[in-house]
Design a protein around this ligand. Structure first.
Ligand code: CIZ
Length: 306
């Protein structure tokens, strides 16, 4: 048995022993995606965490995702195998600056992308994901929206709404790296391919795409399109997920720079260590969790279809 097989065997034993469930975000490395019980985007995984008949959740993703799972399932032990797996986009917004912005726009409602800290969610009226951002904005009665923290997602939403969008100046460094030139070069190499990109990409990249959607939307698109080849503008881990879900299609990453270093921290070794030590556990102080949960639950009231 090689070392990877040994690791997998030990992980499976300890998972059974602790009645744990392993969740992996779509951007995780292939070995981690493959050993997980469930794969998905941050919100799907938090729902899985809440529904799972397990007391221990091994959340293979980044810090804010484990926080969301801990907020929605406070009775469970939510473990992030790599404590240092942060999210630079989430770190670009902090509560005091948001309070200041709210003071300057007293009539605005705060819509906060799930890629944010629990403390920022706690100061928000409602959360959104990349899959429902426009629906959330349109659902609200308010005409003025403070959109936090991703300016590119906010800009994308502003293309489809008449509401006044006040954008926070944050961005995902990984998606921001993708240039229009790289997309054009990928199209030149694969002229028959459709281009799908994440709304965290900059507007000039979005202009070149056939479909702009979340990671769950990308899977749905890959399954329904007649195109046999697809150029993918999001974190490189998504290529593995898409290939699992639509094995008959060919996927090309739009740029080799689409690698999130934080998503790549988690390995089979980190999962084994997490199961051996049952740490690090992610918790959110009650005072923050209660208010952040309100913003998250309010998002879940938004109808799925308009
Ligand atoms: O919400 C998520 O999981 C992220 C970061 C991206 C997406 O579109 O799924």
């Amino acid at each position: 048995m090689n070392r990877e097989d040994e690791l997998r065997e030990r992980i499976t034993e300890l998972k059974k022993k602790h009645k744990a469930v392993i969740l992996a975000h779509n951007y995780q490395i292939p070995e981690v995606q493959d050993i997980a019980d469930f794969r998905g985007d941050s919100l799907d995984l938090s729902h899985k965490a809440a529904e799972a008949d397990a007391q221990v959740i091994i959340f293979c993703g980044v810090y804010f995702m484990a926080e969301v799972a801990a907020i929605l399932s406070p009775e469970k032990k939510v473990i992030l195998p790599e404590r240092a797996a942060g999210c630079p986009l989430a770190d670009m917004a902090e509560p005091s600056a948001l309070l200041e912005m709210k003071k300057n726009h007293p009539k605005a409602t705060v819509v906060t992308y799930i890629n944010s800290s629990a403390a920022v969610k706690a100061e928000s009226d409602i959360c959104c994901t990349s899959a429902n951002a426009l629906r959330v904005v349109e659902y609200l009665p308010n005409e003025e929206i403070i959109f936090v923290p991703d300016k590119n997602l906010g800009h994308f939403v502003s293309r489809f709404t008449k509401k006044k969008m006040i954008l926070w100046d944050g961005y995902c460094p990984t998606h921001q790296r993708l240039t229009p030139e790289e997309v054009l070069e990928a199209k030149r190499k694969h002229p028959k391919a459709k281009v799908i990109v994440h709304p965290e990409c900059r507007p000039e990249v979005i202009d070149l795409a056939d479909e702009v959607t979340s990671t769950s939307g990308m899977i749905a698109f890959a399954k329904r399109t007649e195109a046999e080849e697809i150029i993918v503008g999001t974190e490189i881990g998504m290529i593995h997920r898409l290939s699992r879900e639509a094995p008959e299609k060919r996927f090309y990453i739009a740029s080799p720079t689409l690698v999130c270093p934080n998503m790549k921290l988690t390995t089979l070794d980190s999962i084994l260590r997490a199961l051996e030590t049952l740490s690090p556990v992610i918790t959110v102080p009650d005072e923050i969790a209660v208010r952040a949960k309100r913003a998250l639950l309010r998002m879940l009231e938004v109808p799925r279809e308009r």
